[in-house]
Design a protein around this ligand. Sequence first.
Ligand SMILES: C[S@@+](CC[C@H](N)C(=O)[O-])C[C@H]1O[C@@H](n2cnc3c(N)ncnc32)[C@H](O)[C@@H]1O
Length: 229
Amino acid sequence: MTDEILQQQIEYYRARANEYDQWFYRIGRYDRGEETNQRWFNEVAIVKSALYQVGAVDDILELASGTGIWTQELLNIGKKITVIDASEEVLAINRFKLASPSVKYYLTDLFKWQPDTEYDLMFFAFWLSHVPPQLLDSFLTKVYQSVRVGGQVFIIDSRFEPTSTAKNHILEDDGNIYKSRKLNNDQEFQIVKIFYQPDELQYKLNKARFEADVKVTDNYFIYAHGKKI
Ligand SMILES: C[S@@+](CC[C@H](N)C(=O)[O-])C[C@H]1O[C@@H](n2cnc3c(N)ncnc32)[C@H](O)[C@@H]1O
């Protein structure tokens, strides 16, 4: 069951590549009106300023980079960025938007990925929530292996808030980790989506041997800044 859904999850983001940014910039189905959109952007600004607290580093690894919404921020922090994603369509958009010789792109399924390099900073946004619980510990072991001692990890993800998703997505707090997602053309996919509480994420990161500080914004985001000890 999970293997099939993880494959659908990749297919979903491949098919959604050209409309993906509408979610982040609150366009079309994601436009919730001026006041609610502004609340979203204010909370984005809080998370961005926390990310900038990381300070300048040499090498960054960004997992599940998508179309580059955060890669473009990472370019202000790191000298070199290695980017991994399983969708060639989102990587093409990322490459086109950033047009930077400092970013290297790899088309890789993160559930098959074997880390072979240690970085100063590992970053992933809106990815952890797509990792099934039974694969979380092995995923975090790979994160640990990819960060040098004293290096950092920065994670951003979604809080459970119905206005964060599209108007035609029903976000139910029913404990079901499989959620239905639609494209603008109504094509439907099943994906994994888990909403972490700060104490759960803190526990998982500590277990994976990161010292971590986990915070939330008022409505939309959970974010963690950790250090490998
Ligand atoms: C919610 S998006 C996040 C994109 C980006 N980090 C952002 O914040 O805009 C999830 C990303 O995970 C990628 N993805 C899905 N399954 C994957 C897998 N098995 N391995 C690597 N990337 C995957 C998708 O292609 C998509 O770009």
